[in-house]
Design a protein around this ligand. Structure first.
Ligand SMILES: *[C@@H]1O[C@H](CO)[C@@H](O)[C@H](O)[C@H]1NC(C)=O
Ligand SMILES: *[C@@H]1O[C@H](CO)[C@@H](O)[C@H](O)[C@H]1NC(C)=O
Ligand SMILES: *[C@@H]1O[C@H](CO)[C@@H](O)[C@H](O)[C@H]1NC(C)=O
Ligand SMILES: *[C@@H]1O[C@H](CO)[C@@H](O)[C@H](O)[C@H]1NC(C)=O
Ligand SMILES: *[C@@H]1O[C@H](CO)[C@@H](O)[C@H](O)[C@H]1NC(C)=O
Ligand SMILES: *[C@@H]1O[C@H](CO)[C@@H](O)[C@H](O)[C@H]1NC(C)=O
Ligand SMILES: *[C@@H]1O[C@H](CO)[C@@H](O)[C@H](O)[C@H]1NC(C)=O
Ligand SMILES: *[C@@H]1O[C@H](CO)[C@@H](O)[C@H](O)[C@H]1NC(C)=O
Length: 595
């Protein structure tokens, strides 16, 4: 009798300390969840003690039923005004499906969380509105039962390793407003049923392995503001901004391969709110439909690297909100429509690598906000840089490669565009010198004058351009010293190959120029010896000195180039032994010494 009383007293005391016990099913489920996590750097789970799970950090309950309604344990949080990445290592317990009153699951960005979405999820969580599992390491497929979550509004599964087909049942999620499945390995085609999701505002399937056609009735998605079916396939091209060769292999992983036509908009009332459209890096064919002009909310459209053909519809001029238009790497032909001049908000116009013909519409000159103009590699045969370019005062990127431009580099460019960031006049028929006034373009980051017939030294004024990161002068008839290039500025990519430079190799690595990652001096007349200061170029990933007359031994210091992946030295006059330290260059899987 006495001992019973004591027990009761203890129990009441315990309850008083830990708060009210929560629903036993919920308690069991959360305890199982906690047991699945081996490591939690936030310390949140360590404080999950006792039976009052409604008071646990990250858990919310309904104050009338006492049932758990929310799990909020995101990996990226703000602590003391600074972003903090939390790691929860372990497996997502399938028992979360026992939390049958759940409305919100936010287990996003925990990075090392593995496991999959329980197959039966749709049968157990009828109240679920938000399922946020993005940025983890989850695998498996998206279960068919997902379609039973009839109150689901946000499904964020992006940036995981999910695979398999997208279930047809996605089309039953009538309340869905945001569907983000990008950066996974989903395959097969996009189910037609998603065109039933008339509340969808944002649809992102970017960077998966999807194929097939764009659902014909996609235009029925009346609420859509963002549509992204793109890939990030770089098409074998190293973009200027990415000179880190290691990083590139990572970007190739997942690519959508959608084929067929662009089936929308079918009429003037479809997709009235569509602001962002990305379909780049697929295999889309057919033309850009004349109806495109109905998408009057469009701000950014990217159709690059597909197989689109035909002329640009003149209705493009109706897209009065358009600020960025990327159409490069297609087979578009005909002339740029004059209506383009109506796009007063346009900042970026990129149509390179198509078959656009002259005459070039001078209406482009009305685009007073234009910042980037890329017309490279079309069938424009411009003969000279158009005069109206001078009037486009906002331009900071001019790309007119392969445009049949002849004569000297016009001084007008320097005087009117002193804030240029990128200038690409490669693959033209430019003659004469690299002008001294280039040094006045002090903001320049990229200068590409390769594949022309320029005959001169590199002017010393080029060292005035402190911001220059990418310098490509290959395949000209340039001569004289190369010293200037090694004086203290921010170059990361330098190609001086296939010219007639003769002196300056002794200066390699002697300046403060240590950021350089790509250096190509091949096919010149460089004489002298490679100095040991070459070892100062610590970031070097690719070095090509082949086909010169560089003599003597290789300096031992080259062994310190630990980032080197490509080294070509053949056809020179190197003598002696290969330095021992070279055996340490683990990364250099492509070394050529021959000759
Ligand atoms: C219970 O929750 C509702 C809505 O979440 C709130 O309006 C109400 O004030 C709460 N009641 C109590 C007693 O806390
Ligand atoms: C994700 O899992 C794979 C396979 O187990 C592993 O190789 C990878 O390192 C994991 N990623 C992270 C960020 O933990
Ligand atoms: C989608 O709508 C079509 C009719 O437009 C219907 O036949 C189909 O059953 C619906 N699919 C789902 C999954 O709701
Ligand atoms: C290149 O990218 C890889 C992978 O993203 C990264 O680990 C490495 O630090 C980068 N190297 C440089 C020199 O930026
Ligand atoms: C474009 O605008 C013109 C003039 O307002 C109009 O006649 C035409 O129907 C529009 N076309 C499209 C496709 O929006
Ligand atoms: C390009 O234009 C120039 C001058 O107008 C002309 O001489 C040349 O034949 C044209 N080339 C082509 C390929 O059309
Ligand atoms: C410079 O232009 C040439 C020819 O257009 C191109 O092949 C090369 O990749 C460009 N260089 C850089 C660094 O973008
Ligand atoms: C260096 O330039 C030459 C000639 O322009 C080219 O053939 C070679 O592939 C380049 N080397 C590297 C490593 O990119």
């Amino acid at each position: 009798m006495k001992s019973h009383l004591l027990l009761w007293l203890l129990l009441i005391l315990a309850l008083g300390i830990v708060g009210e016990a929560c629903n036993p099913n919920d308690l069991k489920a959360l305890t199982d969840f906690k047991a699945g996590i081996r490591l939690d750097t936030s310390g949140r789970l360590a404080k999950w003690l006792g039976r009052g799970c409604c008071n646990w950090e990250g858990i919310s309950c309904d104050n009338t039923t006492g049932r758990v309604t929310e799990i909020n344990l995101p990996g990226l949080i703000t602590r003391n005004d600074a972003p903090l990445q939390i790691i929860m290592e372990g497996r997502l317990s399938p028992s979360i499906t026992h939390l049958t009153s759940l409305q919100v699951i936010d287990l996003s960005g925990l990075i090392r969380l593995i496991g999959n979405i329980p197959t039966s999820i749709g049968f157990h969580l009828p109240e679920l509105r938000k399922l946020w599992l993005f940025g983890n390491n989850l695998t498996g497929s998206l279960p068919e039962s997902i379609g039973k979550l009839s109150k689901l509004e946000e499904l964020f599964l992006n940036q995981n390793r999910f695979s398999g087909y997208l279930p047809l049942s996605l089309g039953s999620l009538k309340c869905l407003t945001r569907l983000h499945l990008h950066s996974n390995r989903f395959s097969g085609s996009i189910p037609d049923s998603i065109t039933n999701l008339t509340n969808l505002v944002s649809l992102n399937l970017q960077e998966n392995c999807l194929s097939g056609h764009i659902p014909v009735r996609i235009g029925d998605l009346q609420a859509l503001e963002e549509l992204d079916f793109s890939s990030n396939f770089l098409n074998g091209k190293i973009p200027v901004s990415v000179t880190n060769l290691t990083a590139i292999s990572i970007i190739y992983l997942n690519t959508n391969n959608l084929a067929g036509d662009i089936p929308f908009p079918a009429s003037s009332d479809q997709m009235p709110s569509l602001g962002f459209l990305s379909l780049h890096d697929n295999h889309l064919t057919g033309t850009i439909p004349e109806t495109f002009g109905y998408l009057t909310s469009l701000q950014r459209v990217s159709l690059s690297n597909n197989r689109l053909e035909g002329t640009l519809p003149s209705s493009l001029g109706n897209l009065s909100s358009l600020s960025e238009m990327y159409l490069s790497d297609n087979q578009l032909s005909g002339q740029i429509p004059r209506s383009i001049g109506q796009l007063s908000q346009l900042l970026v116009l990129s149509i390179s690598h198509n078959m656009i013909q002259s005459p070039l519409s001078s209406e482009i000159s009305s685009l007073q906000n234009l910042q980037i103009l890329d017309l490279s590699f079309n069938q424009l045969n411009l003969s000279s840089i158009p005069n109206w370019l001078v009037g486009l005062q906002s331009l900071d990127g001019i790309h007119l490669a392969g445009c049949g431009i002849q004569g000297e580099i016009p001084e007008l460019l320097g005087s009117t565009h002193s804030s240029l960031l990128e200038l690409d006049l490669s693959a033209n028929q430019l003659m004469g010198t690299i002008p001294e006034w280039l040094g006045s373009l002090t903001q320049l980051y990229l200068l590409n004058l390769s594949r022309n017939s320029l005959v001169s030294n590199i002017p010393i004024t080029i060292t005035d351009i402190q911001s220059l990161g990418v310098l490509d002068l290959h395949s000209n008839k340039l001569r004289g010293p190369i010293n200037q290039v090694f004086e203290g500025w921010s170059l990361t990519y330098v190609d001086l190959s296939d010219n007639t430079f003769s002196v300056g190799i002794e200066q390699i690595g002697k300046g403060t120029q240590h950021e350089i990652r790509y250096l190509n001096l091949s096919h010149n007349n460089l004489k002298g010896r490679l100095p040991s200061s070459v070892g100062q170029l610590e970031g070097l990933q690719s070095l090509d000195l082949s086909c010169n007359e560089i003599g003597s031994d290789l300096p031992d210091s080259m062994a310190t180039l630990s980032s080197l992946e490509r080294l070509k030295l053949q056809k020179n006059r190197f003598t002696g032994e290969i330095p021992n330290g070279f055996l340490k260059l683990k990364k250099a899987d492509r070394i050529g010494f021959v000759g």
